[in-house]
Design a protein around this ligand. Sequence first.
Ligand code: SAM
Length: 280
Amino acid sequence: MKLAQLISQTGEPEATIQTLCHLLKMERTQVFLLKDIKDDIALQAMNVVKEYKKGIPLAYLLGHTFFYNHDFIVTKDVLVPRYDTEHLVLWAQRTIIADFVVNAGKETYKILDLCCGSGIIGVCLAAGCAWLNERHKNFQYEVTASDFSEAALDVTSQNAALHNADIKLVHSDLLEDIHEKFDMIVSNPPYIRTMDIGVEDKRILQEPRMALDGGPDGLYFYRRILATAKKNLKPNGTILFEIGYDQAKDVTEIAAKLGYKNITVYKDLANHDRVVTMRV
Ligand SMILES: C[S@@+](CC[C@H](N)C(=O)[O-])C[C@H]1O[C@@H](n2cnc3c(N)ncnc32)[C@H](O)[C@@H]1O
């Protein structure tokens, strides 16, 4: 069967292509160049896309997805990684390099991925730190990932192993059982308003509620984290949050009231406010 024929049968071009990449272990361009798709593969792809059309996220059906150019294991116990979060990783990496320039690697740089889910943030930052360490041996780092969901921590552990990333795992209700001090706390906490969950996209109702629900105004986790984070930050330590496109004003106000400094908002490529950073 030709690719065009298969796509016209499924009616879902993107899901079909991603499924073929998965089944055939090929890059997208290789899939586009296929002269013919074997019947058994076409049938498997049709079955996957059929489930996808019922509202199950593709990453759950395939068991993995790509994020920041890395392949990650994804199960129904974790949020499906979003492109928005790549922007948070990008700013965290820039901050690590900027801090290294200032501190010249005097102390081990300690990073906490709080609310780690599948571990995408911690794993990408550990990979970036390993890259920096290869070039500057005096840059030493330590990455910790934490979540309240034991099942999510298990997925983070699998992803850390997959990418050969040395990540310490801590089970904790936010910062309650975390007693170390970090140079950086980076977090994509649940931030959807309870009433808004599933309104725009029913597919997200398949994802763990505890990965999405930010309380009535979506700000519950920012308030709680900011209220206690100073105990877990070294002097001049930094916090980076992913935020919803309309939450910059509220999150910066909460941070300012609690005395955080250098509060900065960064936009994503769609020109939406997406990342808030601050220092103690
Ligand atoms: C929006 S998801 C982010 C997952 C991952 N960091 C990402 O960006 O894809 C939020 C995560 O917060 C976790 N979480 C929810 N409540 C928590 C709590 N009280 N303490 C720690 N983690 C919590 C959820 O289990 C979920 O993994």
